[in-house]
Design a protein. Structure first.
Length: 281
């Protein structure tokens, strides 16, 4: 089993402290890589650079997310070079969410993530990951065109796929089968977002086209509110990872939300090698 951790760039001192603690506590699990997200339109550029530097300074193989929406090609390329100068050798190449429903990419920009991948591949020799949506990207015309768009990204030179989180394992199994039928051979890293707050996850999922199965909602509703919800979040994510492992998936990308207990709990439950170093809070 291989796993990676995703963090987001914090704002403010409380956010910085939370990120520092999460990274410190997850570091001993020795992930394959850690990634730092990037605000679409460059909204968190500085924070992302600082956040990626934080991961690099701790000796983690670091992937920088990079979006191209609302930016010129030269701006995006310049940002990529800044990350590389810091020691990044892996990008998660993304379009980013459209800033408005009638958004049109700038004439000197990259319209889609596939264009960004092609642009980076002209000179970048490191790893390129791209996003995939087992439940279909909300803007896609159909599941088929979405899959075709993914194939274009891969054909443009992407090395691996990271999925949007998807709580319905049957959907994931079906998605992997469809990839196989399309002849996709690149590694598939399954995005796992253990649930810390069911209401917050439902709200966020509604925006990004992911669903939260009713069976999961009911388990949270039935949970004794005086108990620690973390345990239930761990249990549900563990059950999913275990089922996926039984079905041949062995790479997981944890959306940590800059918190360590859920991800640590799932890895412990899965029997991943125990942390090599003593954790210090
Ligand atoms: P694309 O692959 O370009 O696809 C966007 C839409 O266009 C899809 O509907 C696709 O089907 C369609 N499409 C693609 N190519 C074509 C084409 N040639 N012709 C017609 N239609 C096409 N967002 C951030 O802002 N920052 C992050 O750090 C970030 N990290 C993410 C990490 C992961 C693992 C995932 C799954 C998502 C992440 N996102 C992030 C969200 C992502 O930016 C949005 O989902 C965005 O709306 C789509 O990005 P994409 O790279 O998948 O776009």
């Amino acid at each position: 089993m291989q796993y990676s951790f995703e963090f987001f760039p914090p704002r403010g001192s409380a956010g910085n402290l939370a990120l520092d603690m999460a990274v410190q506590q997850l570091l001993p699990w020795q992930p394959a890589f850690a990634s730092m997200t990037y605000g679409a339109g460059g909204t968190s550029q500085l924070e992302s650079l600082v956040g990626a530097q934080n991961l690099i300074n701790r000796g983690l193989a670091t992937a920088a997310h990079l979006t191209c929406v609302d930016a010129s090609q030269s701006e995006v390329q310049a940002t990529a070079r800044q990350f590389i100068a810091q020691g990044v050798d892996h990008f998660v190449a993304l379009r980013g969410d459209s800033p408005s429903p009638d958004y049109v990419a700038p004439a000197d920009g990259y319209a889609y993530a596939s264009d960004l991948v092609a642009g980076l591949r002209q000179w970048f020799k490191g790893t390129l990951s791209v996003a995939a949506y087992p439940e279909v990207h909300p803007e896609a015309k159909s599941a088929l065109t979405d899959l075709q768009s993914l194939k274009i990204k891969l054909d443009a030179g992407a090395d691996q796929i990271i999925t949007q989180y998807c709580y319905d394992s049957n959907v994931l199994l079906d998605f992997a089968e469809r990839l196989q039928r399309q002849g996709v051979t690149q590694p598939l890293l399954v995005g796992v977002m253990p649930i810390h707050d069911i209401a917050a996850v439902q709200r966020f999922s509604a925006r990004c086209g992911a669903s939260v199965p009713q069976t999961i909602v009911e388990r949270f509703e039935a949970f004794d509110q005086s108990q620690d919800m973390t345990k239930l979040g761990i249990e549900i994510a563990f059950e999913q990872c275990q089922l996926l492992l039984e079905n041949g998936f062995d790479q997981f990308h944890f959306y940590t939300l800059n918190r360590s207990p859920l991800t640590s709990g799932v890895l412990s439950a899965l029997g991943a090698a125990e942390p090599k170093l003593a954790c210090s809070a």
